[in-house]
Design a protein around this ligand. Sequence first.
Ligand code: PLP
Length: 409
Amino acid sequence: MFTRPVRCQPASVHEIFAELARTHRLGVDMNVAVPRPAPPRTGADERAAGALLTVDLAAIAFNYRLLRSMAAPAACGAVVKADAYGLGAAMVVPALFGAGCRHFFVAHLDEALAIHRVVPRGAGLYVMHGVFDGGEADCAAHGIVPVSNSPAQLQRWAAQARRSGRRLPAVLQIDTGMARFGFAPADLVRARDQLEPLALTFIMSHLACADTPDHPANIAQRIRFDAARAHLPPAPGTLAASSGIFLGADFHYDLVRPGAALYGIAPNGLPNPLRPVVRLDAKVVQVRHVPAGTPIGYGHTAVTAAPARLATIAVGYADGYLRSGSNHGAAWLGETALPVMGRISMDSIVLDASDLPQGAVEEADMVELIGPHRGVDAVAADAGTIGYEVLTSLGRRYHRRYLEAGTIA
Ligand SMILES: *Cc1c(COP(=O)(O)O)cnc(C)c1O
């Protein structure tokens, strides 16, 4: 497909921004103050809620700085789609901005419209699913940059630039081997012309197998990315998400786009250098003593082997604590593990508290479901899934507490 590669001399991110300074959100004074978010929606009342979710914003800022230092001299953005992976974008975005982040990515336009007020002018706000009919004016009005994934999306954004009478920033996504989003190589020929009224801010692609460092698809995608860029006007490149950052400098290009790693999720199978961000403590509703041979919960999938002390806690699958974790894993009280017994119900889980001394657990005590003893990735493994799904499933019934400084560990 790529028969005449041209030498690519990408402008630096700063040059591109300077060019756009008068036309769009990007390139405006980067030293604007961090906006004060509205008081967080903290979910349920603390005393009335079944569980307390603690989000450590200082740990997110720490993780951001760690990833940025790994990616330097490339810039480091942040993916805050799905309400910052379930943690609350209205709180997470200002924390990241305060740590120096100037590029924020969401999936849907709706998500961008929900947070554009906490993303200062001066920072980029990108919609990865791109713009659909009727969304162009919203993007232009709020300085939101849609990623163009197809000739139709690029055409739509170019038409908006012509209507606005100004060059709008454009991000072009290329499918380099995931068959999900982006221009096919054959479409790139047209893209050059379509870009005419736009300023190409980033050329983007996404890795399919980056969490497996020696997977041959990683290098194959990088080679296709280079080839595709050679056929486009020079512009900064962005390829790596969290796991891609750990593949090394060849994958960093001009901007990296971590999501999961910011929130403490392990980027690959190696020891995780990131700080945990989330802690979930659940309230004990009832403690009971039962004889050996007592069946527990729906379907009687667990039966006590000996006389047991059981503690029922006020978290269930309606809170995003996945039912596939039934009979797996444990909660913790102090240094004692309390194994999950039987099926996870909609609003409750039964724990085996037999290892605790008499009287050590009572009604209204709080036990750790996610935290230092059992992180997000371990909870996910017990439920047969990945940390991403655990975080983005976190329920609305939790009381939410945000730590500005300090650590939850
Ligand atoms: C979700 C997403 C990211 C962030 O991925 P993580 O693995 O969470 O770091 C980056 N780029 C694209 C295109 C995405 O869809």
